[in-house]
Write a protein that binds this ligand. Structure first.
Ligand code: NAP
Length: 248
């Protein structure tokens, strides 16, 4: 039997990049997957692409994860469509980089509201269902930047460090029901988010990676699939860096 057979997973930011790779990997292990992204077009095309390989397992939904009212309503819709939810992956994230001295309130708020409050909104929408599950999992996609900080990313670093504290607290709150909550801290993964960096920036980052290459979305997806599986039942409250050795 596949690792995630008969499980229902919700993955945010799954319209492309890391989230899409996680959703596809979960489907490859037999899970049904609710694909959430900000835009209808990306969520639908990701669901179609996954269904073309794993028929009937994916369904796409569009919502802004920072909108708590809309997320609660979508949560009800997803529970109605799938019956229950076992696994939640909070992966939706944005950057609005700039030095702290010059950062606008808006750039601070958008990043914190999406990356951190968004995860809280999703947990509120699905916690009842996950707490009833015999194999409940919450996986929050943080970042190595949440561990070490980065000049020009104080908003992003605060949101990602916040996700680590959030994960540890939830891990303690949900442990009594054998629900595990962990964070994954990706290093530099080749997606649209990192595509915007110039060659000089990329070369600088490459020098800081002991394994000598950038990561792929599938590297994060494999880790998420392991954390979601029964094999990881005794791992909770952890922040796992998947970064080619950048942070150790
Ligand atoms: P990406 O390619 O930019 O994709 C971001 C995804 O998040 C998209 O599907 C987007 O939806 C969705 N999204 C953004 N804002 C949203 C909102 N308000 N509501 C709902 N969905 C929203 O990013 P990525 O590189 O795959 O990154 C995924 C996660 O990994 C992020 O949390 C990021 O911080 C983290 N991470 C990435 C790296 C890296 O090197 N790439 C490193 C460390 C951590 P649409 O497709 O509809 O626009």
């Amino acid at each position: 039997m596949s690792k995630l057979e008969n499980r229902v997973a919700v993955v945010t930011g799954a319209g492309r990049g890391i989230g899409k790779a996680i959703a596809e990997r979960f489907a490859s292990e037999g899970a049904k997957v609710a694909i959430i992204s900000r835009t209808e077009a990306n969520s639908q095309s990701a669901a179609e692409s996954i269904n073309s390989k794993y028929p009937g397992l994916a369904k796409g939904y569009a919502v802004d994860v920072s909108d708590s009212v809309a997320v609660l309503a979508l949560g009800k819709q997803i529970i109605a469509d799938f019956g229950s939810v076992d696994i939640l992956v909070n992966n939706a994230g944005v950057t609005r980089d700039g030095l702290a001295l010059r950062m606008s309130d808006e750039d601070w708020d958008v990043v914190l509201d999406t990356n951190l409050k968004g995860a809280f909104n999703l947990v509120k929408a699905f916690q009842r269902s996950i707490l009833k599950s015999k194999c409940g999992r919450i996986i929050n996609i943080s970042s190595v930047i949440g561990l070490i900080g980065n000049a020009g990313q104080c908003n992003y670093a605060a949101s990602k460090a916040g996700l680590i504290g959030f994960s540890k607290s939830l891990a303690r709150e949900f442990a009594g029901r054998a629900i595990t909550v962990n964070a994954i801290c990706p290093g530099f993964i080749q997606t649209d988010m990192t595509h915007v960096l110039n060659e000089q920036q990329k070369e600088g980052i490459l020098k800081s990676i002991p394994l000598g290459s950038f990561g792929e979305a599938s590297d994060i997806a494999h880790t998420a699939a392991f954390l979601a599986s029964d094999e990881a039942r005794y791992i909770t409250g952890q922040s796992i860096a998947v970064d080619g050795g950048m942070v150790m």
